[in-house]
Design a protein around this ligand. Structure first.
Ligand code: ATP
Ligand code: MN
Ligand code: MN
Length: 364
């Protein structure tokens, strides 16, 4: 049995990037509920509300104890009235009526199914919902106009719904390394996203690629995708060129979560080996490839490790508390009016006046 922790003695900081958030925690029974409400707010285009519920959930993930009563929450940040009401109801009745009715609502279920299609965002899903569509089958049945990404999304829907395991991610890592080494010797490849944070499954596999000699990485992506295509390993790919210019993307630019690296959103054809695993002997897997110049590699690494909330909080911290502007490319100090260079994630945390949080504790 664990020693008892006195909840009132636990200090939880207000920004997720100031806290350690492990993958496994003690309050899933509450965070799952709050995340349903967050997701529902996102489906209804209410970003502020969505982030508020997500922040509340994230605070509970960082607690070293299971919440037993409302007293346990007294000194915690980021818990608004609405989140507290939901938590209280779950503690008292075992579930929240609002959460359960949301979970079961026609809109929530349809939006979940439709945004679950690769290439479909909230706006498109919402338009389809208002037209009476509820599932990928409905799109097919009614002959909706789909772009190339969405066509692939519908075609490989069942495979892409299945979580990607760490073992599958490791196989993909080997393939990507082979491809990159074949077209650019000396390049470095890093597994990013959820798997870098220690997750055992993910919705995709994310890679960051660079080369120690700045400039060598330019135009690398088409070479990689050509190699993969020749091997018959790609079911879909869309490559976007690098469009980052320090002068134009600097502090004057409105903050944006999308970075401007050369990138490729793809779907791999992964051999599953055993015929038992699938009838066809292969499955489709979503893979994101990103190429970064060496001088931006530390920022890109930090930006592509996640979690999404952790990233968001890092940027908010930088802006609100430090008068700095952080992106996956750079860190700009507005007070000194200069870019702060970094070779490692540790240096970036230090510039930001934050204790270093390792990837496995960025599961905010
Ligand atoms: P999962 O296991 O479900 O894939 P994940 O944390 O890996 O979870 P991703 O959506 O793959 O989630 O995102 C990985 C990281 O890449 C996140 O930190 C996110 O901020 C970043 N990211 C994803 N898409 C973009 C984008 N278009 N531009 C910039 N950064 C992005
Ligand atoms: Mn991912
Ligand atoms: Mn991804």
């Amino acid at each position: 049995p664990k020693p008892n922790i006195d909840p009132t003695a636990v200090l939880i900081k207000a920004y997720a990037c100031q806290r350690r958030t492990p993958l496994k925690h003690h309050n899933s029974f509450l965070t799952d509920a709050l995340e349903i409400l967050s997701q529902n707010a996102e489906y209804n285009d209410n970003e502020g509300r969505s982030v508020a519920f997500r922040r509340a959930a994230s605070v509970l993930k960082a607690l070293p104890y299971r919440v037993k009563n409302m007293e346990d929450l007294k000194s915690l940040p980021c818990l608004g009235d609405h989140s507290q009401r939901v938590i209280k109801e779950i503690l008292e009745d075992g579930s929240s009526r609002e959460v359960e009715s949301t979970r079961q609502s026609d809109k929530f279920q349809a939006m979940k199914a439709l945004t679950g299609i690769f290439g479909v965002g909230v706006r498109t899903a919402d338009r389809w919902f208002r037209e009476g569509l509820r599932s990928p089958d409905d799109l097919f049945r009614t002959g909706q106009q789909l772009n190339r990404a969405q066509q692939a999304g519908v075609q490989y829907y069942d495979d892409l719904q299945k979580p990607v395991t760490k073992a599958e991610a490791d196989v993909i890592s080997d393939i990507v390394e082979k491809a990159v080494r074949a077209v650019l010797p000396g390049a470095e490849i890093r597994l990013m996203g959820g798997f870098r944070r220690g997750k055992e499954v993910g919705h995709d596999v994310d890679f960051l690629i660079t080369h120690p000699e700045e400039g060598k990485e330019e135009g690398l992506m088409p070479k990689i995708t050509n190699w993969l295509e020749e091997q018959g390993l790609l079911l879909y790919q869309k490559t976007t060129r690098n469009s980052y210019l320090e002068k134009m993307d600097g502090p004057a630019r409105a903050p944006n979560n999308m970075d401007r690296f050369e990138r490729c959103f793809s779907i791999f054809k992964l051999q599953t080996g055993s015929e038992r695993a699938s009838v066809s002997g292969w499955r489709a897997v979503r893979v994101d490839l990103v190429v970064s110049p060496y001088s931006q590699f530390a920022f890109a690494t930090l930006g592509w490790t996640g979690s999404k909330l952790f990233e968001r909080e890092l940027r908010r911290w930088a802006g609100q508390e430090k008068h700095m502007s952080l992106s996956s490319h750079a860190l700009f100090d507005s007070k000194q009016n200069l870019y702060l260079r970094a070779k490692t994630e540790e240096e970036i945390f230090a510039y930001l006046g934050l204790e270093f949080i390792p990837p496995s504790e960025r599961n905010a």
